[in-house]
Design a protein around this ligand. Structure first.
Ligand SMILES: Cc1ncc(COP(=O)(O)O)c(C=O)c1O
Length: 391
């Protein structure tokens, strides 16, 4: 195989086989998914993807922040094949892999998170977190952030702070309250000042909107879908404290940021956060659907027997895959690698930023790196608020 750096740049897409298949796809599948380059994927390995025309690509999306151990890691493939040959579904019956995965998840997360519950997708785990919070607090109001993305199911999209998942779908869930999230690159305020300002507005929003039935705050460690926007250091800890002062649970949506992506196993480790509930998905199965709600037992126990379950949640193949992913991450030091590669990449991107009139901002942790491309780097042209419009 040719070394990567000699791969030709593909000037025209799609290739002929992709073109043919894309026509059939457009005819038969509802065209509701996000826009993608016209490429029909055939296979993948590590960071590389090949299309049906045999063209090779570097996958900068990591299968949309999923392939944390790389695409089709041979060990993961072998484990999945073996697990699938043995047992594919057991619904709510426990299996050895499910029990072992629960033990491992509790082991690798902060000590106060001592119960977990398995589901299949990120949206599903966010719904479960909101459900548990409502059951525990007996409140129904949720506070979440401008620019946040928590999924496309009803509760999750109601908590989201971007317009596009909700637009055209009528009223969002009652009690969904949205407050500002700091956006350092686009704000004149920085650090503590920005944090104070956001929390002051959050106070005012609660004063104006809450009926006195607050249940939880849900927040991403960084705004993923809004453009990898990282808050100033200390913001998330302050949100955690603010939630406690208001009698709300603190839910951390680590659907995207977990399993090494930020250069720590979990993003909550960066600020020693203590969420009562944490949502994990995406990288958990590194391509095999798997998600997990982690919580404190006093909170999780608020939900009674038979109140929460999911057809494929905790299925034996997903659990075996998630266990293999944990082993691979540990044995190949992928968390350390994410940190080191991220630092290296940022250093190079900062050089490019210096030289480029259009690369306005480079930000991130580990291998979550956001680059903001702008028309004009002059500060006076970039200080716009949220209200200027992410959608
Ligand atoms: C932070 C966050 N939460 C929730 C979700 C929803 O996950 P899913 O698409 O698996 O339902 C996503 C997906 O991008 C996400 O990034």
């Amino acid at each position: 195989m040719k070394p990567a750096h000699t791969s030709p740049v593909i000037a025209s897409l799609p290739g002929s086989k992709s073109d043919e298949l894309l026509k059939a796809w457009e005819k038969y599948e509802a065209q509701t998914t996000t826009w993608q380059a016209p490429v029909v994927w055939q296979r993948a390995s590590g960071v590389r993807v090949w299309d049906v025309d045999g063209r090779e690509y570097l996958d900068w999306t990591s299968g949309v922040l999923v392939a944390n151990v790389g695409h089709c890691h041979p060990r993961l493939v072998a484990v999945v094949q073996e697990a699938a040959a043995q047992l594919m579904n057991s619904y709510d019956f426990p299996t050895p892999s499910r029990i072992e995965l629960a033990r491992r998840m509790i082991d690798i997360t902060p000590a106060h998170l001592d119960r977990c519950f398995f589901l299949t997708t990120g949206s599903e785990v966010v719904e479960a977190a909101l459900r548990v919070a409502k059951r525990f607090t007996r409140g129904y109001e949720t506070v979440s952030f401008f620019g946040g993305f928590h999924g496309r199911t009803y509760g999750a999209l109601s908590a989201g702070g971007l317009q596009s998942p909700k637009k055209h779908y009528g009223p969002i869930a009652a009690g969904a309250i949205h407050v500002p999230f700091p956006y350092p690159y686009r704000s004149e305020m920085q650090g503590e000042e920005a944090i104070d300002w956001c929390l002051k507005l959050a106070d005012q929003q609660i004063q104006a909107s809450s009926t006195g039935s607050l249940a939880a705050v849900i927040v991403e460690p960084y705004l993923g879908a809004a453009g990898f926007i990282f808050p100033p250091e200390g913001f998330l800890k302050r949100v955690e404290q603010w939630a406690a002062e208001k009698g709300m649970l603190f839910i951390l949506d680590e659907v995207q940021s977990s399993f090494g992506r930020t250069g720590r196993m979990f993003a909550m480790e960066w600020e020693d956060l203590r969420p009562q509930l944490a949502c994990l998905a995406k990288g958990m199965g590194s391509g095999i659907p798997a998600s997990c709600l982690l919580g404190q037992s006093d909170v999780m126990n608020a939900v009674g027997k038979g109140e929460m379950s999911s057809t494929c949640g905790g299925n034996p193949v997903s659990c075996a895959a998630a266990l293999a992913v944990l082993d691979i991450i540990e044995e190949e030091d992928l968390v350390g690698n994410s940190y080191r590669m991220g630092e290296r990449m940022k250093a190079r991107l900062f050089e490019i930023q210096e030289a480029s009139p259009y690369l306005g901002d480079v930000r991130g942790k580990g291998l979550v790196i956001g680059c903001e491309i702008v028309h004009d780097k002059k500060p006076k042209n970039r200080h716009r608020t949220w209200h200027g419009g992410l959608s």
